[in-house]
Design a protein. Structure first.
Length: 458
């Protein structure tokens, strides 16, 4: 085969359509890689910049009265507890692969003693980002869509055109292994396509200031398996004894089915497996919970002191926002499970589609990009769980002092909770996606090799 490679390269390069297809693909992917890398760099720069959050920034959203005048010492407990803590979910080294996903999930959440779900912040959107995966032109999406089209453009009709012109019959009579010519042609094209994929991927990772070599290595392994799988499919299509135009239509049909029809079917099946809760119903429920908490504000205040006998109710009149604090905590306990149901459904749907992504290489690539970017649904659900845990600890540190209306001492600030989130990606899931693609590609290549003698039939 090594002696055939220079000959096949000469044959390939003399066809200007091949060079134009490669050039168009490279320009398109380079532009996408540059845009994705620069947007990822800008996002990391924005996240690294300090954000000043003031305690009373969202009071107007809750229609609360101003605080009553009190000593700064007594007011400091509520002021410190109400000061929103910006909790960040660190993105990972592959952010540039799917950077637009950060527009659909809150990677920064403000936590305090106040209810973050109803105070007008932009945390915790109620829609399902997974349903938008193939709708945005990120680098990974474009690569998943256009790589098969390039392979089809370079490979369709390699045998069929020669059969139609009668050249293939002559080739078979002069060669004992005509299948070697086919395999060499596919190998040359595979090397060229893979080179362009590697270069464009390297550009987007190089422009992302937070990219990691580990993420790049995993991505290069995956796209190698992805390209190999599609070349195996192209090789099997060459076995069909049909015209070159019909072969192109067959390969385009396979691309449409695997890239659009199968993901749409899996999306429907995932929703049947674990349906996303109704957003409208959730909004109605939240409004209902708010109304009830406002009506029961005084009873919830009395109940809080009953449940905490160690706290003596102050003799002086408390500020309205302090008397409303138990009602706010009760409201949060009702809304939090409702919000968690969205994250749980999204996580379940993501894992369902990941299990069945064996049926769609393009879907597997997008899910792989999510994993490497650290924006996958399971990781985000873990982040929300950690945010809730920190929020509970934060409130436990401040609420007793606030409700007792006692001065806040500097000694009480020492043991305040700190937020920590595991930034490690799920390497097992990433390698599993790559391994599945590799196994399917090898299976198709094995089938193609087993049927190699069919190429000798003119």
């Amino acid at each position: 085969m090594m002696t055939l490679i220079p000959i096949e390269w000469l044959r390939f390069s003399r066809n200007p359509l091949n060079l134009w297809a490669l050039a168009l693909f490279f320009v398109l992917m380079t532009v996408s890689a540059t845009w994705s890398g620069l947007v990822a760099r800008e996002y990391r720069h924005t996240q690294a910049a300090p954000v000043m959050i003031h305690a009373g920034v969202n009071q107007a959203e809750m229609h609360e009265a101003p605080k009553v005048h009190d000593s700064a010492e007594k007011a400091s407990a509520y002021a410190l507890g109400s000061k929103a803590q910006a909790l960040n979910m660190p993105v990972l080294g592959g952010l540039a692969l799917n950077v637009s996903q950060v527009d659909f999930i809150s990677t920064t959440i403000n936590a305090s003693i106040r209810n973050r779900h109803t105070d007008g912040r932009t945390s915790d959107p109620l829609f399902n980002p997974l349903m938008h995966e193939l709708g945005f032109l990120d680098f990974s999406t474009l690569l998943a869509l256009f790589t098969p089209l390039l392979i089809i453009a370079l490979s369709y009709g390699l045998i069929q055109e020669d059969r139609e012109s009668g050249v293939w019959r002559l080739v078979c009579t002069q060669s004992t292994k005509p299948w070697m010519l086919v395999f060499t042609a596919l190998a040359v094209r595979f090397g060229l396509v893979l080179m362009l994929m590697f270069i464009s991927s390297g550009i987007t990772f190089a422009l992302d200031s937070g990219a990691s070599l580990a993420a790049l290595a995993q991505w290069l392994v995956f796209i190698s398996c992805y390209a190999l799988l599609w070349f195996a499919i192209a090789g099997l299509a060459l076995l069909l004894r049909i015209s070159s135009g019909a072969a192109a239509l067959v390969m385009l049909g396979v691309w449409l089915i695997l890239t659009f029809a199968v993901p749409a079917g899996l999306s429907f099946a995932a929703n049947q497996h674990n349906a996303m809760p109704s957003r409208l119903t959730a909004i109605i429920d939240i409004r209902h919970f708010q109304e009830l908490s406002n009506q029961q504000r005084q009873s919830l205040l009395s109940k809080w002191y009953t449940d905490h006998p160690e706290i003596t109710p102050p003799s002086t009149e408390l500020a309205r926002e302090i008397t409303a604090l138990p009602a706010g905590l009760e409201l949060d306990s009702q809304i939090r499970p409702l919000m968690a149901s969205f994250d749980a459904a999204r996580k379940s749907q993501f894992e369902f589609m990941e299990r069945w992504s064996v049926l769609s290489p393009a879907l597997a690539m997008v899910l792989m990009a999510d994993r490497l970017a650290g924006l996958d649904a399971p990781r985000y659900a873990d982040f929300i769980a950690q945010v809730n845990h920190f929020e509970d600890q934060w409130r436990a540190s401040f609420v007793p002092s606030i409700m007792a209306n006692r001065p806040w001492s500097a000694n009480e600030s020492a043991p305040l909770p700190t937020f920590s989130f595991n930034t490690q990606q799920d390497n097992a899931a990433c390698w599993r996606l790559s391994g599945i693609q590799a196994l399917i590609a090898l299976a198709f290549l094995g089938l193609l090799f087993a049927l190699r003698r069919q190429f000798a039939k003119s």
